[in-house]
Each structure stands twice: as structure tokens, then as C-alpha cells.
Design a protein around this ligand. Structure first.
Ligand code: ACO
Length: 325
């Protein structure tokens, strides 16, 4: 089996910053509540007419440049998103068109906040099997488009952004172990009720705010801590290493208290945890993607380091991935 690694990373965030102070003028909340309960200080919000593919394309171009590859060299594009521009065609086809990756096959995956990790694992299978050489994986979201700006329980949490990476066969390092899991019995804890075949869009669904994220945060919190810890332990045990050997932990950025609780359970010290939730909030599938990219750009993640990606989201779905960078 070929060793598969990440050979380029990219990210893009919209320019507009929405601070906790701004939100305190929109709903009954405060900077103090949001900061202490979530760790979020601000998030990015798209401009008018800016959609998920616009962010995805910018992140993809940066990842290609970082990998030193032309778009024609990409064989497969996978975009993970719960907020595609349209129900169809896929965001990946829009990315293909914009970057000129005319040889690439394209599909989107929906694995909520774990989407980017799912994308990496899928890409790895295709490359290791020899089916494709270079795969572009993007996690991109415009969560502001499905956020109920009148619901203080959820509107303080989410933001927009995109992260991308290019995967190829590598001689040294690469993906060491992976793990994906799901539990559909918790599907009602976090969902967007209307707009699908179960409840097609009507004036009534719009009036009832059913096209927005509905979340039972409290119940999710405990599940997130336990499931992310278990997923991480899975890949660590599979790789026959100890969590203490991990150089950088890049978790899904849903809540800083979840991240800290998972790191504590895993015995990973604070200085080895990458956190950017303060600046961007929860960007779902873009979260681990942008965090990974920023960790590389800022020198927190260097060649030879052992990095652990770990994500969890609606479904429920989860995934972890251990990579020798
Ligand atoms: N400002 C002020 N008060 C608020 C706000 C707010 N923005 N939101 C809720 N409150 C109030 C509640 O009404 C409640 O008041 P009450 O006690 O009078 O009823 C009180 O604060 C406590 O509410 P809780 O929900 O218990 O607060 P908690 O500490 O659990 O924090 C949070 C809520 C931040 C949502 C947390 O539960 C969380 O992060 N959950 C996990 C989210 C998650 O992991 N999602 C999955 C991934 S996301 C994805 O897949 C897209």
C-alpha cells in the first residue's frame, strides 16, 4: 500500500468580522457569556452574494500553490459541506470549473463537522489503491446562511470559512492511522429540519424558522467529549503509540471547553493543542481544515511532527486521523 500524505494546505476566511459585542446588540447575550461558555470572541461572515464555493475556490487555489501543482494534475475533488451553494450541482463541480481541474472527478460529502476528516480518509483510500494520484479535499461552509440570528442559543457559535489540502503518495511520513464512526440514534440532537424531502420548503417552514440549525447543545457537549476522546484513543492504539508522543492536536473547534476536556482526557498538554475558535467560531467542516492550515503556516506544525486530527458533528459522525507530517 502506498503511503499517503498532505502535500499542500490552504484556507480562506471572509473579511467581515462579527464580534461578541456586535451580537450583544442583536440578541440577549454578552461578550462575557460567550467567551466563558465557548471561548469564541469573534467570527467571520460572508459578504452579500458570497457563497460556499467562493470560499472553497480560494482555499483550493492556495492549497494547490502550496503543493506546487497545477489544477490539471488533480484527479479527484472532494468538498465537505453542510451548506452547499445549491442542493445540486455539487460544490466540488463548481470548484473544478473555477480552478480548471478538468481531469478531476468530483463529489461532495456531508459529514457535518467531521466532513474534512472523512474527506481525508476517502482520499487516502483512492490514492493508496492506486486509483488516483492527487486528490484535493476542501472543507467549506457558510453557516451564517443557516443560522437563526434571533436564537441566542446557536447564533453565537457559528462562522464562515474554508480550508483545503492536497493529498498524494509520499516517500516519508504520511497518514499513519484513521478511524471513522457514526451513531444515527442521536440524529435529532443537531439538525436543519426543513428544505429536504421530509419537509420541503413552504412559507410556513420559513415563518417557523425551520431552515435554521436546531441544536440540543447541552446533550451534545458530553457526547462530544467522550466520542472525540474515544476516536483519538482508537487511532493512537492502532498506531501503537502513546498520546504523549503527539506533537500537535488539531481538534474540531466547537467549544473551547470541549477541546480542553478532550485534551485533558487524552493527557495532551495545553501547549500542544491548536485553538483558533476565538477568532472564527465553529465553522463545521472548515474547522479542522483551517486549523491544520494555520498550524502549518504559523510553524506550529513542522515536517516530522506527529499531528492528530479529531472531529465530531451532526449525525452523529466522528473521525480521527494521525499523520506524520
Ligand atoms: N447568551 C446568554 N445566555 C445564553 C446564551 C447566550 N448566547 N445561550 C444560552 N444561554 C442561556 C440559556 O438560556 C440557559 O439559561 P437558563 O439557565 O436560564 O435556562 C443558560 O445560558 C445555560 O445554557 P446551556 O445550554 O446549559 O449552556 P452551556 O454551558 O451548555 O453552553 C453551548 C451552551 C455553548 C451550546 C454548549 O452546550 C456547547 O458548546 N455544546 C456543544 C455544541 C457542539 O458540540 N455541537 C456539535 C458540533 S457542531 C456541528 O456539527 C455543526
Amino acid at each position: 500500500m502506498k503511503k499517503v500524505g498532505v502535500i499542500g494546505v490552504g484556507e480562506y476566511f471572509p473579511k467581515k468580522v462579527l464580534t461578541n459585542f456586535d451580537l450583544s446588540k442583536m440578541v440577549d447575550t454578552s461578550d462575557e457569556w460567550i467567551t466563558t461558555r465557548t471561548g469564541i470572541k469573534e467570527r467571520r461572515i460572508v459578504a452579500k452574494n458570497e457563497a460556499t464555493s467562493d470560499l472553497a475556490i480560494k482555499a483550493a487555489k492556495e492549497a494547490l500553490a502550496d503543493a506546487g501543482l497545477k489544477a490539471e494534475a488533480i484527479d479527484l475533488i472532494i468538498v465537505a459541506s453542510i451548506t452547499p451553494d445549491t442542493q445540486f450541482p455539487s460544490v466540488s463541480c463548481l470548484v473544478q470549473k473555477a480552478i480548471g481541474a478538468h481531469k478531476a472527478a468530483c463529489f461532495d460529502i456531508e459529514a457535518a463537522c467531521a466532513g474534512f476528516v472523512y474527506g481525508i480518509v476517502v482520499a487516502q483510500q483512492f490514492i493508496a489503491a492506486g486509483t488516483y494520484k492527487n486528490v484535493l479535499v476542501v472543507g467549506a461552509e457558510v453557516l451564517s446562511s443557516i443560522t437563526d440570528w434571533e436564537d441566542r442559543n446557536t447564533c453565537v457559535l457559528f462562522g464562515d470559512g474554508a480550508g483545503a489540502c492536497v493529498l498524494s503518495a509520499v516517500k516519508a511520513g504520511g497518514i499513519i492511522s484513521t478511524y471513522l464512526g457514526s451513531d444515527g440514534t442521536y440524529s435529532d440532537l443537531l439538525m436543519l429540519p426543513a428544505g429536504g424531502s421530509r419537509m420541503p420548503a413552504t412559507c410556513d417552514t420559513v415563518n417557523k424558522h425551520l431552515h435554521y440549525i436546531k441544536m440540543r447543545g447541552n446533550e451534545l457537549f458530553k457526547l462530544a467529549v467522550n466520542i472525540m476522546s474515544a476516536a483519538a484513543n482508537h487511532v493512537v492504539e492502532k498506531a501503537k503509540i502513546k498520546t504523549e508522543e503527539i506533537d500537535l492536536f488539531v481538534p474540531h473547534q466547537a467549544n473551547v471547553r470541549i477541546i480542553q476536556a478532550v485534551a485533558k482526557k487524552l493527557k495532551i498538554s495545553e501547549n500542544k493543542v491548536y485553538i483558533n475558535i476565538d477568532k472564527y467560531g465553529n465553522t463545521s467542516s472548515a474547522s479542522t481544515a483551517t486549523a491544520l492550515c494555520q498550524a502549518v503556516k504559523t510553524g506550529r506544525l513542522r515536517r516530522g511532527d506527529l499531528v492528530l486530527l479529531d472531529a465530531f458533528g451532526s449525525g452523529l459522525v466522528w473521525g480521527a486521523c494521525l499523520i506524520r507530517w
